[in-house]
Design a binder for this molecule. Structure first.
Ligand SMILES: [Fe+2]
Length: 311
């Protein structure tokens, strides 16, 4: 670990102090943030040799790609309000020998993010395990901050969820109950306080293309999915941003936008390594995926100007 060089702020006590709620509870005009997913240090090597359960003993490519993302984000003007990473920070599951080194190297890269751009971390299955335990969750929280929390930016409420509780909570039933109780309370607050928008971040997509699609490795089980979709929709949640699929995808449930963002690291489809730019205006949440190359060479200034100040 590298305690002495860790400079980024972590969420604690279910809040994220990079943003003060008393200053951020009112709408102040359009803004944008960057959403990335699955830097997953170690997967590219594992995938290459066809051993995905293996921790991946090399992650040079992912270091370079994440550095590229950080460099591109640091160059953006105006600055994004924050950079959220929607899980699978590293590939090694808890207990795999490479995990600590992979996490150390990821932290070293992320520390180069401009200090005015807070980093928001979301837990993925590779971070806490497919069936997380109190120990794996505790270890994640020590490293990256709370596994679920809320924060406000300019009148918009953001909820970071731990979607492993939606996948397999058999080894952490009590923690899941706490999470679900907290989530219900947060959604009630969002509804009551008439926030401009409510936006959710989680690792596993509720669905990939269609709310009624069959269960598969990459989505949330159908009955629970319907329950969550309806609960989010009723509370006025406008968008859920996720990763996990290593491809871009998504669809609508009523007026809720389910957004699935491809990986900074290993691609499992035809997308380029990239991140998503998300513009929040008074009426809408508009987003577009940019490859790291596009972001680094072309920039997005003109697109941002057009989106944030529509004529
Ligand atoms: Fe992943």
């Amino acid at each position: 670990m590298c305690e002495d060089r860790e400079v980024f702020l972590r969420a604690q006590g279910r809040i994220f102090t990079a943003f003060r709620e008393d200053e951020e509870s009112q709408w102040k005009g359009p803004f944008y943030f960057i959403q990335g997913a699955d830097p997953q240090f170690g997967l590219m090597k594992s995938w290459e040799i066809g051993e995905c359960d293996y921790g991946g003993d090399e992650w040079e490519k992912e270091i370079r790609l994440t550095e590229e993302a950080v460099q591109a984000i640091n160059k953006l003007s105006p600055k994004p309000k924050f950079f959220v990473l929607c899980g699978d920070l590293v590939h090694s599951m808890p207990g795999i020998e490479f995990k600590e080194d992979q996490e150390r190297d990821l932290k070293n890269v992320l520390q180069k993010t401009n200090q005015d751009i807070p980093l928001v971390f979301v837990s993925g299955n590779h971070d806490i395990g497919n069936a997380p335990t109190p120990e794996t969750i505790k270890s994640y929280c020590n490293n990256w901050g709370d596994d679920y929390f809320a924060f406000w930016v300019g009148g918009v409420v953001f909820l970071v969820l731990n979607s492993q509780f939606f996948f397999d909570s058999s080894a952490c039933a009590e923690l899941k109950e706490n999470h679900d109780r907290w989530l219900a309370a947060q959604l009630a607050v969002a509804e009551k306080r008439k926030c401009k928008h409510a936006i959710i971040f989680q690792h596993i997509p509720l669905f990939l293309q269609n709310p009624d699609e069959d269960n598969n490795y990459f989505n949330v089980e159908k009955n629970l999915r319907q329950e969550l979709l309806e609960m989010f929709h009723k509370a006025g949640v406008k968008a859920v941003f996720s990763g996990h699929y290593h491809r871009n995808a998504g669809g609508l449930y009523k007026n809720l936008d389910m957004v699935v963002t491809s990986a900074i690291g290993c691609q499992l489809g035809d997308d380029q390594h990239g991140v998503r730019v998300v513009v929040v205006t008074e009426e809408k949440i508009i987003h577009r995926y940019y490859s790291l190359e596009e972001l680094n060479t072309k920039g997005i200034e003109q697109d941002l100007m057009d989106l944030m100040n529509p004529k």
